[in-house]
Write a protein of this length. Structure first.
Length: 80
């Protein structure tokens, strides 16, 4: 079994629509206010645009998503 944690955050873009951003293996020891602050800083950087619209204008929400991967079987690669 392999445990994978992602931070999944929702932003509002410059057109008022939602934009999702994910980060694999985040620091889960951060407090909710620290995470909100860091995501707010990401929005202020104004790094990402598409067709002249800012993709991450304001942070709306964030959550941890945990996935457990269990390998059922794994075939060996075919040697040619």
């Amino acid at each position: 079994m392999n445990r994978v944690v992602k931070l999944v955050s929702i932003f509002r873009n410059g057109a008022g629509k939602s934009q999702t951003w994910s980060l694999s293996n985040p620091d889960t020891t951060k407090t909710p206010s620290q995470i909100k602050g860091l995501l707010g800083e990401l929005a202020q950087l104004n790094l990402f645009q598409k067709d002249g619209i800012r993709l991450f204008e304001t942070v709306v929400s964030a959550k941890y998503v945990e996935t457990i991967e269990t390998t059922i079987f794994e075939e060996e690669p075919v040697i040619r």
